[in-house]
Write a protein that binds this ligand. Structure first.
Ligand SMILES: [Zn+2]
Ligand SMILES: [Zn+2]
Length: 124
């Protein structure tokens, strides 16, 4: 008799939430599906154990530009990704108006990891 289906509503909400998260995080997942887990610069290979150190770089530095064919993405290890943005900063005179949001969320948490791995870099 009742038209209510709380289970269905929950699924719809969960679905919407997933879709919203997918918009933000999806490109990493997709990039990892499209490309082999190898750094595009130093050719370091990655496995499930250390894939966290593999990051998605946006070639045009616009993280909203996520074409489904992955043509704006490049998989880079933490170090090479850092170098890539360092170069970009130098190229723009130490200022980047296209602040790479991907770098903030993706490799800031691994700042300590760099030190653990013995690759100390001076703070920016
Ligand atoms: Zn690399
Ligand atoms: Zn990047």
């Amino acid at each position: 008799m009742t038209a209510r289906d709380p289970g269905k509503l929950d699924r719809i909400i969960a679905e919407a939430r997933r879709a919203a998260e997918a918009r933000d995080q999806g490109y990493r997942e997709r990039a990892l599906k499209i490309y082999p887990w190898i750094c595009g610069r130093c050719a370091r290979e990655f496995t499930r154990a250390n894939v966290r150190e593999l990051t998605v770089h946006h070639r045009d530095h616009n993280h909203d530009n996520n074409p489904p064919d992955g043509s704006n993405w490049e998989l880079l290890c933490l170090y090479c990704h850092d170098n890539e943005h360092q170069r970009q900063l130098e190229a723009t005179g130490g200022r980047s108006n296209a602040a790479p949001a991907d770098s903030v969320s993706t490799y800031a948490p691994f700042a300590d990891l760099k030190e653990l791995l013995g690759k100390k870099q001076p703070p920016k």
